[in-house]
Design a protein around this ligand. Structure first.
Ligand code: PMV
Length: 321
């Protein structure tokens, strides 16, 4: 029997950092995916392979341990946590194929976790639905990372554009937001935990200045929601630019991030901003009709991905011999 599952990566359009303080956020699934295949092992061992990143390991899922055979560990803790929770520890072969670059700020760990859990549930014939899967994947991320926002696993599971309201209600946008954009990313990874802590400290030292900024970021996200529903790209772009300024106030932008943002705008992007935690990581530039120009402007100094939003969330099936 072979079980296969795939799940999309995500990008945050609006609301990073302010979402930590209960403000709304908007994130969307993108057309880059993680693919997991699980089959019975032909030896007595459980082997995990990720050929795209040149990684291979033998896993002892019962003990959440592994023996490194090739490459850098990275994603392995998420795989082990999923196995520990769901698998009966019989020997299996796991392959991860992914076109989500690690460290590109697109939430590769959530995409891998969602795909891995869905494949395992299929393999063991365990019933699940999107709600339970998103919840379980969030628990895995939380166990591995300590803290995790539910947004990444939610978007990787459901696909499409998701609005998380002030009272944590999830709304799925029923729009075809099929506009091209460019993600620019640096090789310097941002540390989400550290950036969240830095913002908290800044807020504690300067509450009268930072609190209203965070409230404004929430209001901005709500305006963005209306603009998305109307398909008003100029407004969305304008709000992205304002949002980048707010993220500057919070101190999470870096020279590289702002360089990419300004290069993108100069090359014709209607809006560009840091996406995710900042301190390194990536930016997102909305650039209908100007994708190639924007991509080559960013590509001069940094890395790019041309991306579209997708409505396709997790998908999984089982093949019996
Ligand atoms: O680093 P990312 O892409 O996972 O984004 C983090 C977003 C924050 O709002 C900074 C943190 C959070 O948990 O929501």
């Amino acid at each position: 029997m072979i079980a296969k599952a795939s799940a999309p990566a995500k990008t945050i359009l609006f609301g990073e950092h302010s979402v930590v303080y209960g403000e709304p956020a908007i994130a969307g699934a993108v057309n880059k995916r993680a693919y997991i295949t699980i089959k019975e092992s032909d030896c007595e061992k459980t082997i995990f392979r990720a050929p795209d990143i040149g990684f291979e390991a033998e896993l002892m899922s019962r003990f959440k341990k592994y023996i490194l055979l090739k490459g850098k560990p990275g994603i392995i803790r998420y795989i082990l946590e999923c196995l520990y929770r769901v698998h009966d520890h019989s020997p299996i072969d796991i392959t991860l194929n992914s076109n989500v670059p690690i460290g590109s700020g697109l939430g590769s760990s959530a995409a891998v976790t969602v795909a891995m859990l869905a494949a395992l549930y299929r393999y063991h014939n365990i019933r699940f639905n999107k709600k339970s899967l998103a919840h379980d994947a969030h628990m895995v991320e939380q166990a591995v990372q300590g803290v995790a926002s539910p947004l990444d696993t939610l978007v990787s599971t459901y696909g499409g554009l998701v609005y998380l309201s002030r009272n944590k209600k999830v709304e799925h946008f029923n729009v075809n937001f099929n506009v091209p954009f460019v993600v620019g990313y640096t090789t310097k990874h941002g540390n989400t935990g550290k950036m969240v802590k830095d913002v908290k400290n800044l807020k504690t030292r300067n509450p009268k200045i930072i609190n209203p900024v965070i409230t404004s970021m929430g209001n901005l996200t709500n305006y963005a929601k209306q603009a998305i529903l109307k398909g008003d790209f100029d407004k969305i772009g304008e709000l992205m630019n304002i949002n980048h300024g707010f993220l500057d106030v919070l101190g999470v932008n870096t020279l590289e991030l702002s360089r990419m943002v300004y290069n993108a705008r100069e090359a014709g992007a209607i809006g560009a901003k840091t996406t995710g935690a900042g301190g390194g990581g990536s930016i997102i530039a909305l650039c209908p009709g100007k994708v190639d120009e924007v991509a080559s402007a960013i590509d001069r100094d940094d890395n790019i991905l041309k991306i579209r939003f997708t409505r396709k969330g997790v998908s999984s099936r089982v093949y019996r011999d």
